[in-house]
Design a protein around this ligand. Structure first.
Ligand code: PHE
Length: 352
C-alpha cells in the first residue's frame, strides 16, 4: 500500500509538469485529487486494512494529498503569472483613437468686467490699490464723515465681527470700498506729510451688507472705488473722466447724465446714468421706461475726508466714485437675477 502511494505521488507530480494551462490543471485535479482518483481509493480502502497498518498508511495518504494540493496551488499561481505576461506582450495601445475632450475653465463674468474696468482706468493713469475686507467702524463710517447716529448708516446694515474691540469702534465687514480712500490717502501722505503726492487709484473688492437677499441685492458683491486727489482737480475732471469711462465701457456714442445726489463723504455728490443701450433712450423694461440706466455714485471728496486722509483741504481737492460690477454685468448680458453670480452654478458660469 505504501509503495502504491509512492507511485501515485510520482505519477501525479510528473503529470503536473506537463500541464500548461488552467483547463489542463483542472483535469489534472479531477484525475489525481478527485472523487474517483487512485488516491481517494486508498482512503476508501483504509477501513479494510488490518488495524496495525492503518495509522502508517493513513498518515502517508494524508501527506501525499497535502503535497499534491500544495503543488497544484503553486502551479496555478505560476501559470497565472505566465498568462498575464503573455497578455501584456500581445496587447497593443491604439494611439490613433481620438482623445477625450478636456472641458476648459473660463473667467467668471465679474472677473471679465473687472478686467475691462482695470484696463480702461489704467489707460487713464489710475493704479489698482487693494484695501482690506475687514474694517473698523472708524474707517468704514466715522472718517468718511458719517457721524455716529447719522441716518445714512441705516442704508448699510453691517455684518459686525464679534470679539474685543475699542468701544464705539467695532470690527465689521466693509459695506463699501470707500474706507480704502482713507487708507490710501494716509499711506500716500505719510510718505511726505508736508507735500503729499497726488493720488490716482481705483480700489476694487468685495463688500458685504446685511440685507434681504433678492434678485437685485446680494449680501456680498463687488465694488470698484475710484479716487483722484491733487492741487487742481475740479468737478469737470470728474465729469470728463466718468463720461469717458462710460464711452469706453458701453460704447463710443453712449451719453452720460449727472444727477445731484447725496453721500456723506462727497460734496457735491452725483449719480451717473447712461442712456439705455437696450432701447437707445426710448424707454424699455430694462431701463424701466426711463431711457436711462444708473451706473455709479460719485462726487468731490469732502474736505473732512481729505483732512482725515492727511491732505490739507485748503490746498487739495479730489473726486471719488464707486461703481458696481454686478450691476454693469447684469445690464450688459441682460442677467435678471444678481444671485446667479455667487451661486456657483456651472450652467450659469459656462455661458460666458
Ligand atoms: N460708497 C458709495 C456706495 O457704496 C459709492 C460712492 C463711492 C459714492 C465714492 C461716492 C463716491 O454706495
Amino acid at each position: 500500500m505504501l509503495e502504491q502511494l509512492e507511485k501515485i505521488e510520482q505519477d501525479a507530480l510528473s503529470a503536473l509538469e506537463m500541464m500548461d494551462d488552467q483547463e489542463a490543471l483542472e483535469s489534472w485535479r479531477v484525475a489525481y485529487l478527485g472523487r474517483s482518483s487512485p488516491l481517494m481509493a486508498v482512503f476508501d480502502q483504509l477501513g479494510q486494512l488490518p488495524k496495525d497498518e492503518r495509522p502508517a498508511i493513513g498518515r502517508r495518504a494524508n501527506q501525499v494529498k497535502q503535497s499534491l494540493e500544495l503543488k497544484l496551488d503553486e502551479k496555478t499561481e505560476k501559470l497565472k503569472q505566465v498568462e498575464l505576461r503573455r497578455a501584456l506582450e500581445t496587447e497593443r495601445l491604439d494611439i490613433t483613437l481620438p482623445g477625450r475632450a478636456v472641458s476648459l475653465g473660463r473667467l467668471h463674468p465679474i472677473t471679465k468686467t473687472l478686467r475691462k474696468v482695470y484696463q480702461i482706468f489704467a489707460e487713464m493713469g489710475f493704479q489698482v490699490y487693494l484695501s482690506r475686507d475687514v474694517e473698523t467702524d472708524e474707517y468704514n463710517f466715522q472718517l468718511l464723515n458719517f457721524p455716529p447716529h447719522h441716518p445714512a448708516r441705516e442704508m448699510q446694515d453691517s455684518f459686525y465681527i464679534e470679539g474685543e474691540f475699542e468701544e464705539d469702534n467695532p470690527l465689521l465687514l466693509r459695506t463699501h470700498t470707500s474706507p480704502g480712500q482713507i487708507r490710501a490717502m494716509r499711506e500716500y501722505s505719510a510718505a511726505n506729510p508736508q507735500d503729499p503726492p497726488p493720488v490716482r487709484i481705483i480700489l476694487p473688492g468685495m463688500c458685504y451688507r446685511h440685507e434681504q437677499v433678492t434678485a437685485r441685492a446680494e449680501s456680498q458683491f463687488t465694488q470698484v472705488e475710484g479716487l483722484a486727489v491733487g492741487k487742481t482737480i475740479t468737478f469737470s475732471d470728474l465729469k470728463g473722466t466718468l463720461s469717458d469711462f462710460n464711452k469706453r465701457m458701453f460704447g463710443e456714442n453712449v451719453r452720460s447724465r449727472f444727477r445731484a445726489s447725496y453721500f456723506p463723504f462727497t460734496e457735491p455728490s452725483a449719480e451717473v446714468d447712461i442712456e439705455c443701450f437696450v432701447c437707445g433712450g426710448e424707454g424699455c423694461p430694462v431701463c424701466k421706461r426711463t431711457g436711462w440706466l444708473e451706473i455709479l455714485g460719485c462726487g468731490m471728496v469732502h474736505p473732512i475726508v481729505l483732512q482725515n486722509g492727511g491732505y490739507d483741504p485748503s490746498i487739495y481737492t479730489g473726486f471719488a466714485f464707486g461703481l458696481g460690477p454686478e450691476r454693469i454685468t447684469m445690464l450688459c448680458y441682460r442677467i435678471e437675477d444678481i444671485r446667479y453670480f455667487w451661486a456657483n452654478d456651472i450652467r450659469f458660469l459656462e455661458q460666458f
